[in-house]
Design a protein around this ligand. Sequence first.
Ligand code: FMN
Length: 309
Amino acid sequence: MKKNILVVSCSQSGQMTDIVSAFTRPLKDAGMNVHHEILRPQPAFPFPWPFFDFLDAFPESVRLAPRPNQPLAVAADAPFDLVIIAWTVWYLSPAQPTTAFLQSDAGRQLVDGRPVVSVVACRNMWFSAFDTLKTLVAKAGGRVVDHVALTDESPALATFITTPRWMLTGRRDSFLGLPPAGINARQVADTARFGAALAGALARDEEKRGTAMLRGLGAVKIVPHLILSERAGRRAFSVWSGIVRRFGRAGQRRRIPALCLFACYLVLMILTVVPASFLLQKLAAPLFARRLAAVGRRYAQPSGTESLP
Ligand SMILES: Cc1cc2nc3c(=O)[nH]c(=O)nc-3n(C[C@H](O)[C@H](O)[C@H](O)COP(=O)(O)O)c2cc1C
């Protein structure tokens, strides 16, 4: 049976657009109606990012007070069987265009009562942002039934340099012996297998069950020490975003001193606290093994880490 699928995405560099196109090709090939809605913040965020614009996006991203999107092309009461939300992470939160969509009247109406498949592509820290996404989807009356996470496969230390370089210059090529930034072409092409599995499940009406359709495909990888680092980062971001917002609204020059302080804090944390807490967590891992495993199991839901042959 022909199903109606809404895909909502946003991408600055085009990376997420490539992922959506590989992911949805099998759905289109199976004859499904795929409507792709590209979220367009108004005014648009620049890419590559000027340094202060990049920092200035921080408080409103964390506080879920995003810049609004342009009106959607699709009617809010259009009858979709499934919604795919393809999103990225900004400052440990879903990117502003996604949170603006999920908090808008039209977005909430489109998600209400529908199964939602979440597809995230980011550097490597999606765990707490995924909690936020699930909460926003639930508040809109929808339910995340599957979650696929794509992260940069390069060493984390390298991506601390290559991701900001990409965001601030637009260049993602290899430099100084470091690997190229972002999700590689093999990972992008590989997302077609999720689309193919989804097409099969939709043909069997499985979306009506409200349970995961993409299990056994290794949809996510869990890195327990990142989950704990993110929790500490979220707490600090919550305090810092409040401080910066006291200095002025988004875009106001009055925020520059507070943003500069935040930037210094961020660099200091990346150079000192992140490696120290990584080491500490590695050393203390046996003591927290059960707790870490439990946290890992929680974030593996709903689609799972296991790859079945
Ligand atoms: C302002 C900003 C903040 C970001 N913060 C994070 C982050 O906290 N964690 C992460 O893994 N990636 C982060 N990223 C990387 C994005 O999630 C994403 O991978 C990148 O922006 C490419 O997405 P695109 O398809 O929109 O170009 C950030 C990017 C931007 C622009």
